[in-house]
Ligand binder design. Structure first.
Ligand SMILES: C[S@@+](CC[C@H](N)C(=O)[O-])C[C@H]1O[C@@H](n2cnc3c(N)ncnc32)[C@H](O)[C@@H]1O
Length: 255
């Protein structure tokens, strides 16, 4: 493992010119999910309604989970004049709730299949759709977002990918610059059970795009404080497998 004190550390840490590292293909994995969900859940109206919160220890049914998300994470934070960005919209389960509370909703996702599922559900009025490339948040107008919401998406993102998005979010924000981030907590009891159920399928740096990431609140706290976010609330009990943060993005120096 490279030690940053050693002279060759930079070379060892930089991408290799001779080895072709394979990207972690979130896009292909979620496009495949978007194509296959109907086969897996033939009696369900919308993709993503299978995420009922039971695995997260948060609810016993979809209705209960949606009520919790609305009551705890949407209603207290979103005003009718807000423009809200959701990163990773899935089939529009949370986006549908957000849309009821805000003036304009920007739905962003790496998978065109999942974006289409949300478009089929929410339509075009008051909603914009942005296909992401996974590295940047290009396509979202800088300084146009009051609230950035990322629920049930960072649970699948590698920590460095989470950090990368966190570096870019401040430039998109305006007004109250409020953010909600939800990620895995591998060291919680349920997070640990999830880790044990998946580790053997994700070895040698290869990783299934829909797998859970190995992530903790302590890592997220370091990310947020390093980047200048102000934490308003850290929630570890309502969704016991995971961790949810409400925070304010720093004023962007790019603005
Ligand atoms: C479990 S779904 C989230 C569902 C939705 N937020 C909800 O609450 O119902 C995860 C979504 O994140 C998207 N996604 C995965 N990796 C991503 C990335 N790197 N950037 C943006 N979206 C990503 C997937 O395509 C998928 O639609």
């Amino acid at each position: 493992m490279a030690d940053s004190q050693q002279p060759n550390a930079q070379k060892l840490d930089a991408p290799s010119e001779t080895l072709r590292e394979q990207p972690l293909d979130y896009e292909a994995a979620w496009d495949q999910y978007g194509q296959q969900w109907r086969e897996w859940y033939p009696h369900q109206a919308h993709a993503g309604d299978e995420w009922t919160g039971e695995g997260a220890g948060a609810a016993r049914s979809l209705a209960e989970y949606e009520a919790l998300i609305e009551r705890e994470f949407v209603a207290p934070y979103i005003a009718p004049t807000d423009t809200v960005l959701e990163i990773g919209v899935g089939g529009g389960r949370t986006a549908r709730i957000l849309k009821r509370y805000c003036q304009h909703l920007v739905c962003a996702d790496i998978s065109s299949q999942m974006l289409q599922a949300t478009r089929d559900r929410l339509g075009e009025v008051g909603v914009t759709y942005v296909k992401l490339d996974g590295k940047t948040l290009a396509g979202i107008t800088p300084g146009s977002i009051d609230v950035c919401f990322c629920y049930d998406t960072m649970v699948h993102l590698e920590p460095r990918d989470i950090f990368n998005y966190l570096t870019q979010i401040p430039a998109l924000m305006r007004g109250k610059r409020l953010c909600l981030f939800h990620h895995a907590n591998t060291l919680s009891e349920l997070g640990w059970q999830k880790f044990l159920s998946e580790w053997q399928y994700n070895l040698m740096g290869r990783r299934q795009g829909t797998a859970f990431s190995v992530m903790t609140p302590a890592i997220m706290e370091r990310f947020l404080s390093h980047l200048g976010y102000t934490v308003q609330r850290q929630e570890l009990t309502l969704v016991p497998r995971d961790c949810v943060w409400i925070c304010q993005a720093p004023v962007s120096t790019d603005a």
